[in-house]
Design a protein around this ligand. Structure first.
Ligand code: NAD
Length: 473
């Protein structure tokens, strides 16, 4: 850390700094910019939960950053480091993220100040249900109000508890399941949500690396094939980002977790490393890999692309000069501090910013919300119809050409889209379109870096929706 302020305060100050830097590229009135920057409502709560013989007072928070579109949307974080400024910073990023990928939500974020690792499943359920109840009591959750999702320390199980608690209070609301996303598939979730953030990161990296001009500017050959990649954090985001990048032709040379890191210049199999960590309780001592005792040092090892996918404030003024990667692909929210970013940009490192790159999660959450409101699985109505049409077309081609198509080829040609196919293709299209929106803004306004270009893209879109709402003259 470069200063004595808290990690959360530093994070919020950096988000505001990035916002102000981008605002200078717009021609919007100061008042409108202030409205877009500020958190619209903040609710902090303290509630009691019985743990054995003791009563514990739990601190929770929910920030609705922007009501320019409703519902608001953003994950819930469980960590003992949660503080108000951190949640404010994350909520603001959600607003800009949704705008960048054209997801029609305002930004929000929630946090519960606990270390989930020290609690039993029963206690976690009690805490989650009570947190949800506090939000229901204050009208701060609902399909048209605010729709939480998983974040650091939470997953589908917590989302199912929240959905169930909401439905118990709102038993006559037909759309109750749409009060939260990231649910298990059997409880109103959508196929593809679990891996969405990591898969979106892969699509975003691939699109950036396929852009000849962008690659030329940093002196790197095009394409993800053969690129050496390091991942920090093997949680939901890091695991899936690493898995899909490896599948797409990248070589995962290093992985860092809390307990240390591993490195192998010839490549690590992400799935095998994940299994090894589950089986042994540690990333260390993976066959053929070098152990790195200090996890932070893994970030400084040789690679082309570094994917920080753990927490904020990881690349700072203290370690940025030692980073060897030519591309920082921000899987986590806020992994680079302003001081770290300044050093990286001077070294001509390309930063693919969080508010674009990890937007895959909220994109597929949007699909899940649409599915819950329409009460029908994507692909249910058209899959068989499409398959019949495709089959007829294949038969016509065979008849007209006099050639027969192999059974394996037929299977591919006839296949009608199931829910997962549609989610993956919607996500891929979103990440590709957003990359080019940001890059076009960068070129149009002569902006040197992608983060500022992404903020400018978002701010201009949000400003437009205020104008169309008639709030501003
Ligand atoms: P997670 O809890 O599933 O995983 C985070 C992992 O990082 C954990 O395994 C943890 O042990 C590890 N970690 C923590 N500190 C570390 C350190 N210093 N070095 C190495 N590893 C460390 O959380 P997640 O959902 O994967 O979220 C990770 C980041 O991505 C957060 O910044 C979150 O806000 C962001 N994000 C998550 C989503 C989502 O859909 N889950 C979407 C967008 C952004």
């Amino acid at each position: 850390m470069e200063s004595h302020e808290s990690e959360g305060a530093k994070f919020l100050a950096d988000v505001h700094y990035y916002f102000d830097k981008a605002a200078a590229y717009t021609s919007l009135p100061e008042g409108l910019l202030n409205q877009i920057k500020v958190a619209n409502s903040v609710y902090k709560m303290h509630f009691p939960v019985k743990n054995g013989d003791k009563i514990e007072v739990i601190e929770g928070i929910r920030v609705h950053h922007s009501h320019h579109k409703q519902p608001t949307k953003g994950g819930i974080r469980y960590a003992d480091t949660v503080d108000e400024d951190e949640v404010r910073a994350l909520a603001a990023l959600m607003t800009f993220k949704c705008a960048v990928v054209d997801v029609p939500f305002g930004g929000a974020k929630g946090g519960v100040k606990i270390n989930p690792a020290i609690y039993s499943d029963e206690m976690l359920e009690k805490i989650t249900r009570r947190y949800a109840t506090e939000l229901i009591k204050r009208n701060m959750i609902g399909p048209g109000l605010d729709v939480p999702a998983p974040d650091y320390g939470t997953g589908p199980r917590e989302m199912a508890w929240i959905a169930d608690t909401y439905a118990a209070f709102k038993y006559d609301e037909a759309d109750a399941l749409a009060c939260v996303t990231g649910k298990p598939v059997g409880q109103g979730g959508i196929r593809g949500r679990k891996e969405a953030t990591g898969l979106g990161i892969f699509y975003g990296i691939r699109e950036t690396l396929n852009d000849a001009d962008t690659m030329k500017a940093i002196g790197m050959p095009e394409g993800i094939e053969g690129k050496k990649i390091i991942v920090q954090g093997l949680g939901n985001v890091g695991y899936h980002a690493g898995y899909f990048c490896q599948k797409g032709g990248g070589i995962i040379v290093g992985i860092a977790e809390r307990e240390g890191g591993i490195y192998n210049k010839d490549g690590l199999d992400v799935e095998a490393v994940f299994k090894h960590r589950v089986d042994t309780g540690s990333l260390l001592n993976f066959a053929g890999a070098q152990n790195i005792a200090t996890p932070g040092l893994v970030l400084e090892m040789d690679c082309d692309i570094l994917i920080p996918a753990a927490l904020e404030n990881q690349i700072t003024g203290d370690n940025a000069a030692n980073i060897k990667a030519k591309i920082i692909a921000e899987g986590a929210n806020g992994p680079c501090t302003k001081e770290g970013e300044d050093i990286l940009l001077k070294k001509n490192v390309l930063i693919i910013p969080d508010l674009y790159l990890n937007a895959g999660g909220v994109t597929v959450s949007y699909f899940e919300w649409l599915k819950n409101l329409s009460h029908v699985r994507f692909g249910r109505l058209e899959k068989r119809f499409d398959e019949l049409s495709n089959r007829k077309m294949v038969e016509e081609i065979e008849n007209a050409s006099g050639k027969s198509i192999t059974e394996a080829q037929k299977k591919i040609l006839i296949h009608g889209p199931a829910e997962e196919d549609l989610v993956y293709s919607g996500l891929e299209d979103t990440m590709i379109t957003a990359y080019h929106d940001i890059n076009n803004t960068r070129i149009q306004f002569k902006i040197p870096d992608f983060r500022t270009a992404a903020f400018v893209t978002a701010i201009n879109k949000i400003a437009q929706s205020y104008t169309t709402l008639g709030v501003w003259p």
